[in-house]
Design a protein around this ligand. Structure first.
Ligand code: SF4
Ligand code: SF4
Length: 216
């Protein structure tokens, strides 16, 4: 065997593997700029031509699915556009309809008025002396599903048996704005009626609201 050259060895290996003509690699005939060339491979040794065709069909079916979704998206956008335009034209010609065409608000330059019952950023209601009306009963902290209220109670030296919050912290980053704290408060000391919905911050610390911030 030592006397057999490299070319002869390859020929022997090819002959020994399989004699079925179906398994002989097919010569790629597509031109270099042909369709699907970016994913096309020539048939590899041992790969059956029939498998390769089924792969191509599944890829084409996938691509067809993408095209269908793109066309569906264009149709939905067009429908909204033409329906809105129709209602705006009706308004221009003086025909009143129940439905109005959608109007884009140029946020943040323009701001939409929010409903009076909208749950926005919390605030602590102050007493006449400016101190919080809260009596540190912990009901809001207990009912909060996000566990984002932290209160430390202290005794008020002026009023007997009266507590006040020496610390009242809400982690807005965890709050889900359910409003349970407002509902649970027996003193109406916490409200979510500031109308402030712009609560983004650069760090998590920016979303920690303490007594000073909540009393503003
Ligand atoms: S709104 Fe809900 S989640 Fe947010 S602080 Fe109040 S009880 Fe907790
Ligand atoms: S439920 Fe009201 S009074 Fe009680 S701790 Fe919360 S805010 Fe204060």
């Amino acid at each position: 065997m030592d006397s057999i050259g490299h070319g002869e060895k390859s020929l022997l290996l090819l002959l020994a593997s399989d004699f079925d003509t179906l398994d002989i690699p097919k010569i790629p005939l597509r031109p270099a700029d042909g369709f699907w060339l970016e994913i096309a491979d020539s048939v590899k040794p041992g790969e059956h031509c029939r498998n390769r065709h089924s792969d191509e069909y599944s890829r084409m079916i996938k691509a067809l699915g993408y095209f269908i979704e793109i066309i569906r998206g264009i149709l939905i956008t067009s429908r909204h556009f033409f329906v809105n335009m129709f209602f705006h034209i009706l308004k221009v010609v003086g025909i009143k309809t129940k439905r109005k065409g959608a109007v884009t608000i140029q946020y943040p330059e323009q701001k939409k008025e929010i409903a009076s019952r909208h749950r926005s950023l919390h605030r602590l209601v102050p007493n006449q002396d400016g101190k919080p009306r809260c009596v540190a009963c912990m009901l809001c902290a207990t009912v909060c599903p996000s566990e984002c209220i932290y209160i430390e109670a202290a005794e008020d030296p002026k009023l007997e048996m009266q507590k006040y919050p020496s610390k009242f912290i809400i982690d807005i980053g965890r709050c889900c704005f359910c409003g349970f704290c407002v509902e649970a408060c027996p003193e109406d000391a916490i409200r979510m009626d500031t109308g402030n919905i712009e609560l983004a911050g650069y760090t998590r610390d920016d979303l920690i609201y303490d007594l000073d911030k909540l009393l503003k």
